[in-house]
Design a protein around this ligand. Structure first.
Ligand code: TYM
Length: 331
């Protein structure tokens, strides 16, 4: 009999702070789906992170459910992966406290996402400031080797690695240093309205395509997406960032190689290319939206999946926390 090889662990998550968009999918969730068969996969809906910005409680409750439905509709199989709410596993905030005690203020002050949020006019709340420590706790509790995230989370991941090293040095080997995993293309899908920014819910409704957007909304958003000077469909992120972004979206949804896309549309001009792209995105999201709708029709089943996931996650998380408490002298 072949000895059973232990699967590598994957952990990653998304905030239910609004609608998930194709940037979340192409930059992160698509990778979770691709790796779910070969990895022991933990994918929390990081609801405590959503609270770092003001949320309407009723809306938040709704967004948590739609995010869970999106995870599954986009291809995560709840019979294989552990989908759960971060808030249902108190070990996340418990480990965060321990990590807080070894995190330097300087490291948090350097966090670009925090500085960007302040520049956008967000209030300088302690929760927003210490958010990367909670993220490190989310990660380290499950001892993953791989954490597939978009480019914007790179620095947060680096902090998690740094905290793992610090903890191990002081208290003995406990955490493997987790590796970020970035999609080669797709790690930074850009805003449809401003290619200097990443696609994000906070940059206005026309700048992103939500997973749940109706077909006409998708067509409209792509139609009015900004383009670059000239009319060639050419992949050149430096001189043609907006069109290159649309080409990347086409590439990731269709699987067509970038040079074949350039060839296919070499005589088309922006208008035609955008029309074909819009139909592609509409067609790819249609089955996802149908599945999402079906899942949201039966919220009890969705809650059962989340409860089941939380129970599994707690088994792993409580083991790690126990080890940590022992090492730091709390037992
Ligand atoms: P969040 O909720 O903002 O985004 C979820 C995932 O989507 C990726 N992403 C993108 N990728 C490519 N292009 C884009 N325009 C784009 N926008 C978002 C993000 O990089 C992320 O991978 N702090 C995290 C959530 C989190 C987490 C964790 C992630 C909390 N704890 C532990 C991994 C492990 C966040 O705010 O992601």
């Amino acid at each position: 009999m072949k000895p059973e090889t232990k699967k590598k662990v994957l952990l990653s998550g998304a905030k239910p702070s609004g609608e998930l968009h194709i940037g979340n999918y192409l930059g992160a969730i698509k990778q979770w789906v691709a790796l779910q068969d070969t990895h022991e996969t933990y994918v929390p809906i990081v609801d405590l992170h959503a609270l770092t910005e003001p949320q309407d409680p009723e809306k938040l409750r709704e967004q948590i459910m739609t995010t869970a439905a999106d995870y599954i509709a986009l291809g995560l199989d709840p019979t294989k992966v552990t989908i759960f709410l971060q808030s249902a596993v108190p070990e996340h905030t418990q480990l965060m406290w321990i990590l807080n005690t070894i995190t330097s203020m300087g490291d948090l002050e350097r966090m670009v996402v925090y500085k960007e949020k302040l520049a956008e006019g967000k209030q300088a709340l302690a929760g927003l400031f210490t958010y990367p420590v909670l993220m490190a706790a989310d990660i380290l509790l499950y001892k993953p080797t791989v954490v597939p995230v978009g480019e914007d989370q790179r620095q947060h991941l680096e902090l998690a690695r740094e905290l793992a090293r610090k903890f191990n040095k002081r208290f003995g080997q406990t955490f493997p240093t987790p590796k970020a995993f970035h999609a080669e293309t797709g790690k930074k899908i850009l805003s449809l309205q401003d290619p200097k920014k990443k696609m994000s819910k906070s940059h206005g409704g026309m700048s992103y395509i939500a997973i749940a957007d109706a077909p006409d909304k998708i067509r409209q958003k792509i139609k009015i997406a900004v383009t670059d000077s000239g009319s060639a469909i050419k992949f050149d992120p430096i001189t043609k960032p907006a069109v290159s972004n649309l080409i990347v979206i086409y590439h990731l949804f269709s699987g067509t190689a970038i040079k074949d896309i350039e060839e296919k549309f070499k005589n088309s001009g922006y208008k035609k290319f955008k029309e074909v792209l819009a139909e592609l995105v509409v067609a790819k999201l249609k089955p996802v939206q149908e599945k999402r709708h079906e899942l949201l029709e039966n919220k009890y089943a969705l809650v059962a999946i989340l409860n089941d996931g939380a129970e599994k996650a707690r088994q792993k998380a409580s083991e790690t926390l126990k080890e940590v408490y022992e090492k730091v002298g709390l037992t």
